[in-house]
Design a protein around this ligand. Sequence first.
Ligand code: GLN
Length: 271
Amino acid sequence: MANTDPQSNAPHHPKPDPDLNPKHRLTLAHFYPSLMNLYGDRGNIMALRARCAARGIDLDVHAIEIGDPWNSEQTDIVFIGGGQDREQRRIHADLVGRAGPLRDYRDADGVTLAVCGGYQMFGRSYRDIDGEVMDGAGVFDIVSSHPGRRFQRCVGNVVALWEDDTLVGFENHGGRTYLNDGAQPLATVVAGFGNNGGDGTEGARTRNAFGTYLHGALLPKNPRLADRLLRLALARRYGDDALPPLDALPPPDDGAASRAHAEALHVGLGR
Ligand code: GLN
């Protein structure tokens, strides 16, 4: 059916027709939502849900709290948000118990987004503000370390180069992250601290696992990254035939998302 909405800025794109487009469903496992949820990280899930809905895709969100079962076979996207050292200590034992399944899921090209404290905990280890070293899930070949209370936190707006685009966001972390050989940087810092304020890297990527320090939330103002995650998840679940629905219709919030990206870029570069 043609899109006849005169307000639409995409008049040539058809709306998804449930009779013509098979209904796709993605399942997101949200790890520790009651503990790891700083700076609007839940907004990432809201952005994914809105972008799915605009394409006629259902997004089921399963909360995985401490002790909850997790079915990796049914999972298309793993998400974990930021948390403070106190929360990281609380999830640590449970998370380490899931390290094998989380790494198997990564190796099966499962899509993962891990933010800030969650990013640190999805690495090999995190040394917290008191010097206590915790093992992580080892999804990323990174180590993170908090230098202690006397050191400046990495706080502020970030702009980073990602592929031929920019990522924008807000960071607030004491820990510094360093990449080992098995991890590629997700992006290159233009403004802000990124992984450690020294080597110009921001975040990490291993297969379809993405880790980043960017909060704020990340996906509402980085719509291309949001769509990349959805595209990877759909292709893995349904094959390449699933891709046309994503391309067929820019979601209705794209104007707002693009403006948010542009504004954050402006603010980030002006610091
Ligand atoms: N606790 C970590 C740090 O300060 C992560 C903080 C966060 O997730 N914002 O380094």
